[in-house]
Design a protein around this ligand. Sequence first.
Ligand code: PLP
Length: 294
Amino acid sequence: MALHFALMIDPAASDDARTDFSETFTAVDPAAPALTVGELSTQRGDGIFESIGVVDGHAQEVGAHLSRLAHSAQLCDLPQPNARQWREAVTRAAAECGPGEAVIKLILSRGIEHGPTPTAWVTAATAADNTRARTRGIRVVTLDRGYTLDAPTRAPWLLLGAKTLSYAVNMAALREAHRRGADDAIFTTTDGFVLEAPTASLILRRGDTFVTPAPHGGILHGTTQLSLFDHLAAEGYETVYENVPASALHTADAAWLVSSVRLAAPITAIDDVDVPVDAELTAAVNAYLLSPRD
Ligand code: PLP
């Protein structure tokens, strides 16, 4: 996934009402060093990010991603991002993307140790080819996340509902899934509930009802899941948020992991037990997710 565009941002105050933020952007060579060694994003993973899917130059669901960036900033005591400034930066990055699928990343770090401001930047890169996951599906294993469902209220400093740069645990879970012969993982709580995947949300189908684990703060509220639930509701399906017991994984009529870049990957097996796949519905869902969405 080669980076082909990078823009450093001088973060504006959240209430800065300028209509043109171009003077706060500096395009940099994406292959050249751009951060100083004192950066807290690299030293401590102290910062937040978003990954936005781009299809044929259209950045998907920018508003939902900017809302989640603002929510993550609040949870992490970072200054509120200026939504207009970030939207303009996304527009600049999307204009560089061209035909096909790409990914735009927004990064807001706490900045340099003892420094005056956060560090912020945007990148654009060509997306990996996800056709195989979307059409052939993925095998997943359940992995214990190591806390109970009420951990977010008992320990908000774990920042469980924030999309922080500290993804080492998520990446370790993916490696463990691969070691177990699977493509991906579903995290479960120690008291037996289902959470999310390391980089995706889980959606189950129960008859004509689509179910996803309630985002009580222990998981990220996925922009793809939100968009898909709106679409499914408009199509006449029931959509619900629930505390999903792990046992529900084996009674689902179908299951998907959904995220901004891979989109909907049908789950073919959970812990080596086959899960029914609805190829027609999956294709329709991915056609929707690939259409321009705002
Ligand atoms: N949950 C986690 C932990 C994620 O990292 C992601 C996306 O990267 C998601 C859920 C899905 O979010 P979205 O649909 O906004 O990509």
